[in-house]
Design a protein around this ligand. Structure first.
Ligand SMILES: NC(=O)C1=CN([C@@H]2O[C@H](COP(=O)(O)OP(=O)(O)OC[C@H]3O[C@@H](n4cnc5c(N)ncnc54)[C@H](OP(=O)(O)O)[C@@H]3O)[C@@H](O)[C@H]2O)C=CC1
Ligand SMILES: C[C@H]1O[C@H](OP(=O)(O)OP(=O)(O)OC[C@H]2O[C@@H](n3cnc4c(=O)[nH]c(N)nc43)[C@H](O)[C@@H]2O)[C@@H](O)[C@@H](O)C1=O
Length: 325
């Protein structure tokens, strides 16, 4: 048992790996807003976390008290399906190197971001944390999911073998400012914001959306996710991962209508059923998270409208890659 109390000391040095990304940049904003005075961010321009030596040098020279691992190769269903080798290898390397470096630097507190795709493709809904490793994975992202499962087991192993107070969280699908709006590589929400926005600008009467529209997904605004992460570091210390979600889902068809309305697209929505649907439903059981006293604040319609505004002001007209923060 550590002599140090659970709530983080606001003067502790916190290292956010992946600080230029959707989640990492929101975590940095959240930590600063909460009064953390020593927040260090790293991303691929600073250090290639697939390189074990460079990662060790970086972490041991910074000597953080806390590490938040939001660095990963991330993408939507098409990118995962097309490049399973990179999604497996890069994510295994990044987390293995970062965990080994954090351990070598004596880091007692670490939060690892997994993903809801670690759960079986067909599993009772809402999905409790206990569903892990109870069934076969969705084929389009099994390589990424296996890497994330290895991360959960690694965190649990560092706890068991070395007494590290490290935790894993499993967020549902995330969206918000700072996302990647690539037309084919990104997740559904940013992809649709971009596609509907371009249709309005070009006067197109039709927008094509992938799949059948029947899969159900749960979406959390990235500022809520960042708040949940820092809340859990202050209130949770257990080997079991914690789901992070909002407790509600909707169909991709309903999501497409929501985004179309937010962007002001009044034309036709059609479906490209040659594209994969992926997992039929991913709704997380968030009772463990709620038991810690945390609640989400940003509803989906409000969050989508704000993200559409952010996209129009910040990204539209560029190549769709977010700007670094
Ligand atoms: N987005 C989502 O819907 C969900 C995300 N998650 C998890 O949250 C975490 C963050 O995801 P998200 O913010 O969306 O992803 P992003 O793609 O937005 O950000 C990924 C971050 O990782 C960094 N990175 C990638 N490869 C390397 C590398 N080799 N060396 C150093 N840094 C690297 C990127 O740096 P750079 O910008 O320089 O490339 C970037 O800062 C991931 O673990 C992801 O699995 C979980 C569930 C859902
Ligand atoms: C976060 C999560 O993200 C991925 O899994 P996913 O939940 O399937 O995510 P997605 O956002 O890409 O798709 C959700 C649904 O939406 C449909 N869809 C419609 N039109 C578009 C579209 O234009 N782009 C995309 N990407 N999807 C579309 C699409 O066909 C699917 O039915 C994995 O990386 C996984 O590993 C992971 O962790």
């Amino acid at each position: 048992m550590s002599a140090h109390p659970l709530p983080l000391d606001r003067s502790a040095t916190v290292l956010v790996a992946g600080s230029s990304g959707l989640v990492g940049s929101a975590v940095v904003r959240r930590l600063r807003a909460q009064g953390f005075t020593s927040v260090a961010g790293i991303h691929s321009a600073d250090v290639d976390l697939t390189d074990d030596r460079a990662t060790l040098d970086c972490v041991t020279s910074l000597r953080p008290a806390v590490v938040i691992d939001a660095a990963a190769r991330v993408g939507g269903i098409a990118a995962n399906d097309a490049e399973p080798v990179e999604f497996l290898n890069d994510n295994l390397r990044i987390q293995t190197n970062l965990f080994a470096a954090a351990h070598a630097a004596g880091v007692d507190r670490l939060l690892f971001l997994g993903s809801s795709c670690i759960y079986p493709k067909h599993t009772p809904q809402p999905i409790p944390e206990s569903a892990l490793l109870t069934g076969a994975l969705e084929e389009t992202n099994d390589a990424y999911a296996i890497a994330k499962i290895a991360g959960v087991i690694a965190v649990r192993s560092y706890r068991r073998q070395y007494g590290r107070r490290w935790i894993s969280v499993m967020p549902t699908n995330v969206y918000g400012p700072g996302d990647t709006f690539h037309p084919t590589r990104s997740h559904v929400l940013p992809a649709l914001i971009r596609r509907f926005h371009e249709a309005v600008r070009s006067g197109a009467e039709e927008v094509v959306v992938w799949g059948t529209g029947t899969p159900r997904r749960e979406f959390i605004h990235v500022d809520d996710l960042a708040a949940a992460c820092t809340h859990l570091l202050d209130h949770y210390d257990d080997p079991s991962p914690v789901n992070i979600g909002v407790g509600e889902d909707l169909t991709i068809a309903d999501l497409a209508t929501l985004v179309a309305d937010a962007v002001g697209f009044t034309g036709r929505i059609t479906w490209d059923t040659s594209r994969p649907d992926g997992t039929p439903r991913k709704l997380l059981d968030v009772s463990r998270l709620l038991a810690t006293g945390w609640r989400p604040r940003i509803g989906l319609p409000e969050g989508v409208r704000a993200t559409v505004r952010w996209y129009a002001d910040t990204v539209a007209g560029s190549d769709g890659r977010r700007r670094a923060c």
